[in-house]
Design a protein around this ligand. Structure first.
Ligand SMILES: Nc1ncnc2c1ncn2[C@@H]1O[C@H](COP(=O)(O)OP(=O)(O)OP(=O)(O)O)[C@@H](O)[C@H]1O
Ligand SMILES: [Mg+2]
Length: 320
């Protein structure tokens, strides 16, 4: 299984991302990583650190959306003893902990305005001041900022500083959503199956082709994170050493299915060559009608004009 910078997928869109990681590793400027939730922003940020000359230093991350207002400044820049009531001793902030390395400012779009102003100063002067101190501390840290928000919109809404945006956005990396790179789905499935096999001591070799097709017909609003979760869930429950369409359909949410596969809808979808055996025709027909009905067995049986139990029997017979 081929990994690129610790990531899976060799679609055109991902190759662009790998090129950007390569460039970003070699130039010591701030990086802005943008992409929907679960597209791999954290993986990319770590990859940039790991492949850059800073990899001997620490990789520190801070989730700007999750720190309470009162603690935000001290989390980022540290504090001196007595700076506030609970400051019993001096403490380094994440910026100082990342000295010589990289800091990931995750969910930067949710950083509070007052902190944005302070961050801007860090980017301009490369110095910080701990809370409760007047002393400037020089820092040598690469900043990688990540967000799933549209920062230009946030600037418009007056929740993000324009000047900070221009400082951060010199080098941008845009991660494609999973639905924009569905050709990577088989490789991702194989990758996560390997992980499940080793973590849960299973021996699942593959997903049936109708199962894979179903995975490719879904829009994945939660992107790779959601995909990984569905593969893990189905793999853990799988009855055989492969995963079937029904096992996927039983877990995959019904909504967010993209337009039905054109091939399935075209009038020739059940055309067989003269050599096709009756066995293969029936198997193929069941497979396609099942896919067309998103794995719903009741609807499939109705469409095929057979009872549910005989559908079950046939699914077993054909290993579907
Ligand atoms: N290309 C990829 N190859 C392998 N695994 C991936 C890939 N992209 C994402 N993942 C996996 O998907 C999960 C989500 O990735 P990550 O945390 O980097 O996403 P994110 O963009 O930071 O999400 P969020 O916006 O929710 O913070 C992780 O388990 C990660 O390992
Ligand atoms: Mg993240």
């Amino acid at each position: 299984m081929q990994e690129f910078y610790g990531m899976i997928g060799d679609s055109h869109r991902m190759r662009e991302v790998y090129q950007a990681i390569e460039l970003a590793s070699n130039v010591d400027v701030p990086i802005l990583v943008q992409g929907e939730t679960g597209t791999g922003k954290e993986l990319v940020s770590k990859a940039i650190h790991n492949y850059s000359p800073r990899n001997k230093g620490a990789f520190v991350s801070i989730n700007c959306a999750a720190i309470p207002h009162e603690l935000a400044e001290s989390e980022l820049f540290g504090h001196e003893k007595g700076a506030f009531t609970s400051a019993h001793k001096a403490r380094k902030g994440r910026m100082e902990l990342a000295q010589g390395g990289t800091i990931l400012l995750d969910e930067i779009g949710d950083m509070e305005m007052f902190l944005q102003a302070k961050l801007l100063r860090v980017l301009e002067d490369n110095v910080i001041m701990r809370v409760g101190s007047e002393k400037s501390i020089k820092i040598d840290v690469r900043i990688v900022a990540a967000t799933n928000k549209n920062l230009l919109q946030a600037i418009n809404d007056k929740t993000f500083r324009e000047d900070l945006y221009y400082r951060l956005s010199l080098f941008q990396i845009h991660l494609p959503s999973l639905k924009e790179r569905k050709d990577d789905i088989p490789a991702l499935a194989e990758y996560f199956l390997c992980q499940v096999n080793s973590q849960f001591n299973r021996n699942i070799s593959h997903i049936t082709s109708s199962g894979l097709k179903r995975l490719q017909n879904y829009d994945w609003p939660g992107n790779v994170r959601e995909f990984k979760n569905i593969i893990y869930q189905t793999a853990v429950k799988a009855k055989n050493d492969f995963i079937t369409l029904e096992e996927i359909a039983a877990i995959l949410p019904d909504m967010a299915v993209s337009e039905p596969d054109e091939q399935l809808n075209s009038p020739s979808w059940l055309a067989f060559s003269d050599e096709t055996s009756l066995y293969d025709m029936e198997k193929e027909a069941i497979k396609k009608v099942l896919a067309l009905n998103n794995g719903n067995k009741q609807k499939t049986a109705e469409a095929l004009g057979i009872g549910r139990s005989s559908l079950y029997w046939k699914l077993k017979k054909y290993n579907l």
